[in-house]
Each structure stands twice: as structure tokens, then as C-alpha cells.
Design a protein around this ligand. Sequence first.
Ligand SMILES: Cc1ncc(COP(=O)(O)O)c(C=O)c1O
Length: 360
Amino acid sequence: MAALREVLDSGWVAPAGPAITAFEAAIADATGFPHVLATASGTAALHLAFRVLDIAPGDEVWAPGFTFVATVAPAVQMGAMPRFLDVTPESWTLDPDLLRRELAAAARRGRLPRAVVAVDIYGQAADLDAILAACGRWGVPVVSDSAEGLGAAIRGRHAGRGALLAAFSFNGNKIVTAGGGGALASDDPVLVARARHLAGHAKDPAPHYQHSVTGHAYGMSSVLAAVGLAQIVALEDRVAARRAIFARYAAALADVPGLAFMPEPGWGRATRWLSAVLVDPALFGADREALRQALDAAGTETRPVWKPLPAQPAFRDAPSAGGAVAAGLFAQGLCLPSGTGMAREDQDRVIAAIRAACRG
Ligand SMILES: Cc1ncc(COP(=O)(O)O)c(C=O)c1O
């Protein structure tokens, strides 16, 4: 409230001013990226990433199939063709071995992607080093969709670090929110400066309105930056709280047959933004949908994990490679209530309802 009052009193409510600068500096501090642009959403940040990479109609943009639609939607809106690759069962993130093979095959066809998007899922960093090595061989730029990755670590650094561009989200359901908003980050000041220009309607320096190219209204409002600024200081506490919630589910349900919690591969520290679990119907005695409905009847809203994009009607014509892992995750995966502020008794109720639904 104090931060909001300060912004309103200052008169800076537009997508400019000291709160924006301070929020961008706080994001830089939290992620290690030296250059940051605060945006109206994570989707806007991804769109700007594709703009500064000059994605053109007909280009291929590759991404894991197991993700939220916004990972590729802006590229599709630019006329690009998405191609979906499978994820690994160990991380639920993009499979670097498959990527390596597919890039080699694409190079033989003479049709490399214009960009590969790595995605951090449910607070778990993708294996960016392996992805960068695979793409580096062919000079393909890597964008990190770290919308769900704020606070996650990969080999001691922040998720997304190493990608040419990384997008973050401060949407209302994220671990740190501004009510809505996002950020585009990079080591390259030129790319971020270009994105900043495009985010403000690409106004050329002139006394009148002059545009050499068309841009977007993608700046973040100072009011939202103030909210984000007040929240981001709590990032580490929230990561600890989410990890504790996940650990409590895992410990309390360890003896329940047929439940397998999202694994955490050795290369990183997940934030456990969402606690996700797989339900093996043969062992649990009920499938994921039956468990979801049982929890719903007990007053607990849960949601299946991402429905793979190749299975979405919007992408029925998009090519893909593999997909059995993502399909299996969707068949069995459920996101449990994971809010930082969840009371112990509320979590106990969810745990009891899961135990009660088990017929295995
Ligand atoms: C993987 C992923 N990418 C992109 C986005 C888009 O972020 P926003 O909602 O801020 O546009 C989200 C979240 O909403 C997401 O989960």
C-alpha cells in the first residue's frame, strides 16, 4: 500500500518513471540479467523477443509441446510455424537429446528453426546448458520462456541465464506478481533497447510522431511496477514456502500407491511454484480425472497439468517430434493447491481428500 501510494502521489502512473526503473533493477538483481525491460505481460515479453529476432512469416519456431499456449502464440501471430518437441520424464522440460537429433535432421533438410524456445515448467528450469550446446552448433538463437521460472536455479545461476533473451511473467498467479506484467531480459543491451523502442509504439526521435516500423503498447504501468517491487523482495521466502508445501505433500503421501511427484533433476533447484503429481490409475485405483473430481467434491480446486500443444485444436497442423512423454504427463498429471499463503490445515484437508480417493 505504501509503494502504491508513493507512485500515485508521484504522478508517474504511465509506463515510465522511477517505479519502472526500480522494478527493472530489482528484476536484474533477482535474475542476474544486466538488461531488463518491464512489460505489460509475459506474453508481450515473448512477442518482443520474437520481434527483435526478426521472426518472419514461414519461419519455424521450436518449443516443447508441454507448455502454456503463450510460449508460441506470439510467434504464430507473426506468421511463424511452431514445431513441438517432447520433454523428458526426468524434468518435464525440453528433451535436449531429441532437440540435438531434430536440429541435425533439420540442417540436412536445409530448414533450421529461426529460434528455439526453452521453457521452465512449474518453477523448474529447463536444462539450458544442453539446449544451448545443441542450438549453438547450428547458430540457432535460444529464447527462455521463464514465465514460470522466477526464483529457479540452474547449476548455481538463475533460470534463463545463458539464453539470448528470457521472458518472465508477473501475472496474478505467479510466485511474484504485479497483478499483471512481465519482463524481457538479456545480456545484450542492444536487443533490450530495441525491445524497449518497440514496446513504446516504436517512436522515432522527432518532435512529431514518426515511425519507421510499427510497435506495440507493451510497457508496464508504474502502478503495477510498484506492486511488483513490493513483492519481489519476498521472492526467496516464497520459494522456501512453496518448496516446503511440496515437501509436505510428498512426505504425507509417500505411502499412497500410484502417486509420483514431479521430479527435480540434479542440475537445478526448482521453486515448486506449483506442486504437481502423477496419478497411476492401476496402482492408485482411480485415474487423475476421478481424483480431480473427488477433490472438487471435497471443496478443493485442482487442475490437470498442461494439455500438450500438439493436442490443441489450434495447432492441429503443426509438426511435432515425439510427444509420448507430454501426453503421458497430461493423462496422469494434476496440479495441487500450492499458494504461498496456504494454511497447514488447508493442506491437511487436501492430503486427507487425496488419501480418501485412493482405491489402490
Ligand atoms: C509458460 C508460460 N509462458 C508464458 C506465460 C505468459 O505470461 P503472461 O500471463 O504474463 O502473459 C505464462 C503464464 O501465464 C506461462 O505459464
